[in-house]
Design a protein around this ligand. Structure first.
Ligand code: PLP
Length: 328
């Protein structure tokens, strides 16, 4: 098979061109006359879903094209990215290695158990060592011990990952049944997915290829970590990488007050919100990203931050594998 056919095949196996959209009906939204829909990126594949697939696939295509059979990346013990990489490596015949943060002797998380079951090799390093993950010298040391590998940074946030995230714009365009919403909302960790989305939409808009009559949506990122202000400059930098610093008048903002105490913090009130939502809507969320995004929207609608008649599209960016850790 020619390389470009292999590339199209791998992409189409993992990333469908169209994704289900769920209506979120809630008395609050009815009362405030705000239409809320959820793009179900969590449903694209049983084991390789969500935004991580978008960032991963172009990286794997580059790795294959360059002749690498080993891919190495970094993450925590509950990382959605490591889970996706382990599954992708298994399916598409790559050796995978993950450098895992923290060696505090905890038993393996369900995420890491899954990764090992998919043939991934785990290298545990201390938190201190893990901080060196972007240092050239540290990478060289890893190559000396492990041999050649294609490196994907933590969370898949490199140029290929950004380009992969741009594809979200086409997926949204194909998945909508009418014109684009007034606002698109997503959870942000590194902001790479949001930068890709902004650039993809700006490009589509400039090319006149958004479904007919669609206005430019506002893009709102919900920071899931404390002091998420850094995301504004990181996203601006990612947009430069994508040569998309001119975003055709598209506006975006990062919300920094919906982190619930910090990354992976999951206070009782958020847990209650998540279980109520899941029961009422019959849609699962993950505790780290999508529960915070969803609860932010409930808070914003309740606080009249949207005009009656507003239409919102929220991205369910996946991460449901991380629920297992809580269930145990
Ligand atoms: C990683 C992740 C995000 C954040 O993506 P970034 O590109 O790092 O901002 C959002 N939602 C889920 C479920 C994720 O796993």
């Amino acid at each position: 098979m020619p390389a470009s056919d292999t590339a199209n095949l791998i992409t189409s196996l993992v990333i469908p061109s169209r994704v289900a959209v769920s209506d979120i009906s809630d008395p609050l939204f009815v009362h405030k006359k705000v239409c809320v829909q959820l793009l179900r990126l969590d449903q694209t594949d049983p084991l390789l879903s969500g935004n991580k697939a978008f960032k991963l696939i172009p990286n794997l295509l580059i790795a294959r094209g360059a002749g690498f059979d080993t891919v190495l990346s970094f993450g925590g013990a509950y990382s959605n990215h490591i889970h996706a990489l382990a599954e992708a490596g298994h399916r598409f015949n790559f050796q995978t290695i993950a450098v895992i943060r923290g060696d505090d002797g905890q038993p393996d998380s369900p995420t890491l158990q899954f990764a090992v079951s998919r043939g991934m090799r785990l290298i545990r390093v201390s938190r201190q060592e893990y901080r060196r993950r972007n240092e050239a010298q540290f990478i060289e040391q890893l190559k000396d011990t492990l041999g050649a590998f294609y490196l994907i940074p933590e969370g898949g946030a490199n140029e290929a990952g950004l380009r992969g995230s741009k594809q979200l714009a086409s997926v949204i365009d194909n998945s909508l049944v009418s014109e684009w919403p007034d606002e698109i909302v997503l959870a942000c960790g590194t902001g790479a997915t949001m930068a890709g989305l902004i650039s993809g939409i700006a490009e589509k808009y400039a090319a006149g290829s958004m479904r007919q009559g669609s206005p430019l949506p506002f893009i709102r990122g919900i920071a899931v970590l404390k002091q998420g202000e850094f995301l504004r400059s990181d996203i601006a930098r990612y947009l430069q990488t994508l040569h998309a610093s001119d975003t055709a008048g598209l506006n975006w903002e990062i919300e920094t007050s919906y982190h619930w105490g910090g990354y992976a913090r999951f206070p009782a009130d958020l847990a209650k919100f998540m279980s109520d939502f899941e029961r009422e809507q019959n849609i699962l969320l993950d505790p780290v990203y999508t529960a915070k995004m969803m609860s932010a929207i409930y808070q914003r609608v309740a606080a009249d931050q949207y005009k009656p008649g507003s239409r919102l599209l929220l991205l369910h960016t996946g991460g449901l594998q991380g629920r297992k850790a809580r269930a145990d």
